[in-house]
Design a protein around this ligand. Sequence first.
Ligand SMILES: [Zn+2]
Length: 148
Amino acid sequence: MEQHFQARIVHLEDRVPGLAPDFIARTMRGTIGLFPPRLSPENVAGKVNAIIDDSRWIVRCPNPACAGALLAPRDTPFFCCVDCGSPENNHQWYEVVYPKEKAAIEKLLLARPYNVTLPNGQVAGRGWTLGQTAKALLLENAEIGIEA
Ligand SMILES: [Zn+2]
């Protein structure tokens, strides 16, 4: 099996250095109308959780009518969907919330080869969902012989 290693779980800024969520929003505003608004404290309401999908921190759009998702920003942790403009949040920006165990989760996932198969046949990729603890990832790693 081909193994792929990388140095980090990717955030928006890793993919395109210097790119900020508000830049994306301003770029897309011409496409989808007046929204999202400029990122400023009066345009922030609510929170949305970041998850890890395939070695990337992402935010899935909370709008049930939208299938959008964006890389999650590390330095400016706010999200407003560039696909739908987040009408479910009155077109406001969400604060992006990362788990308290973020550093431990990243370290445990990066210790794995890419998409390793556990003894039970389940694929333990570099993904993390809300509620999954660092301890659970540690136990999965131990199952495949990784002591990290
Ligand atoms: Zn959306």
